[in-house]
Design a protein around this ligand. Structure first.
Ligand code: PLP
Length: 386
């Protein structure tokens, strides 16, 4: 196991004088504290004995039922028994890794990809292969070439990991054509797809694109969803939807990790869903993040030199900045801290260690004023070091 480079880097940005674009935190002003307080008090009064007891490994029935209803707009056939509640999607990544991976097994992923995925796969000693992506997501032509090459050597990856909606870290969304092409390639080579989509409901521009699992006709997609960015991460509640053949093993894997996710927070969220509060909650988050993203894009246009490029995500929490090839965001990081602004170095998200001229920037957590001032400081530092 390797200490996460990111966690180390995040220590400096916690200083109050630094404007940090480094975290991946939701805006705390979106947390529905009042509603959760009321539901929580009522729950303890009326069902305290159940709420504070161990629960089933699969998750509380009430939450699985409400979640199946919520997700029916994605895929009408989802039933409560298809859902496994997990303690965050990070646990979902661990569970999937635990049941699929032996040392040296191959996992395929986007370049760049979510750092927590890299951590989970690394701890099971997987061999990770990255496929470049562009503005439409993973390059499926390159994926197919790689799979053909591996097949010639009798090698079959265990799964293909993708973050298709407003990707952490790049903000890129995989196009519908790429999603369909990914499935065709996965079917051809009989490789499961792991779709990790924490930001899917946080779209604030453009058209919704169907989730990969909703397009899947061969039962070959495992999907991870989470309440972390829809409600609050402190609840530590997420879910896996997987084909039945893998679900039993996932439940056994989870049993050995934590027996069950907290009954208490599960029943709170079940009631939150039952009262129909999630829709308005998601709507207000979308509005807030859409505004923050606009402020950030405007600041980037205003302050950044021409040779710096960035993505314009249609949702989520992050955008991706690309410096000219010869510059290194890693080497510039201490200078950014001197200038009292922080980001995450892009190479941390690359399973091949590349991407030194890139950085991930978060726009959900800082205030609008901090976004403008932080981008001004970042641009000044970049110009001075060109
Ligand atoms: C792509 C991705 N997967 C999983 C997670 C983990 O989320 P959770 O809070 O549900 O563990 C995150 C968190 O930022 C993420 O960005």
């Amino acid at each position: 196991m390797k200490r996460s480079e990111i966690r180390e880097l995040l220590k400096a940005p916690r200083r109050p004088d630094i404007i940090s674009f480094a975290g991946g935190l939701p805006a705390p002003e979106t947390f529905p504290v009042k509603e959760l307080e009321e539901i929580s008090c009522q729950l303890l009064r009326e069902k305290g004995a159940t709420a504070l007891q161990y629960g089933p490994t699969e998750g509380e029935a009430a939450l699985r039922e409400e979640l199946a209803k919520w997700l029916s707009h994605e895929k009408a056939t989802i039933k409560p028994e298809n859902i496994l509640i997990t303690t965050g999607s990070q646990q979902g990544l661990d569970i999937v890794s635990k049941i699929f991976l032996d040392p040296n097994d191959i996992v395929i992923m986007e370049l760049p990809t979510y750092i927590g995925g890299l951590q989970a796969f690394t701890s099971y000693r997987a061999k990770m292969i990255g496929i470049p992506q562009n503005n439409h997501g993973m390059r499926i032509d390159l994926l197919e070439k790689l799979l053909a090459k591996l097949a010639k050597r009798n090698k079959k990856p265990k799964f293909i990991y993708v973050v298709p909606d407003f990707q952490n870290p790049s903000g890129v969304t995989m196009s519908l054509d790429r999603r369909k092409a990914l499935l065709q390639v996965a079917y051809k080579y009989e490789i499961p797809v792991l779709e990790d989509s924490p930001y899917r409901d946080l779209r604030f521009a453009g058209q919704t694109i169907p989730a990969i699992y909703s397009l899947d006709t061969e039962n070959q997609v495992i999907v991870l969803g989470t309440f972390s960015k829809l409600l609050c991460p402190g609840l530590r509640l997420a879910w896996i939807i997987a084909p039945a053949e893998w679900m039993d093993r996932m439940i056994v894997a989870k049993q050995g990790m934590d027996l069950c996710s907290p009954s208490y927070t599960q029943l709170i969220v079940a009631e939150f869903l039952k009262r129909g509060l999630l829709k308005a909650q998601v709507e207000s988050i979308r509005k807030l993040y859409a505004r923050k993203r606009e402020v950030m894009l405007a600041a980037l246009r205003k302050y950044m030199p021409k040779s710096v490029k960035w993505t314009e995500p249609e949702g989520g929490l992050f955008l991706w900045v690309e410096l000219p090839k010869k510059m290194s965001a890693t080497e510039l990081f201490p200078k950014a801290i001197e200038n009292k602004v922080a980001y995450v170095i892009g190479s941390a998200f690359h399973c091949n260690g590349k991407g030194h001229n890139t950085m991930r920037i978060n726009f959900s957590y800082p205030s609008e004023q901090q976004i403008d001032e932080g981008i001004r400081r970042l641009a000044k530092m970049i110009k001075e070091n060109m």
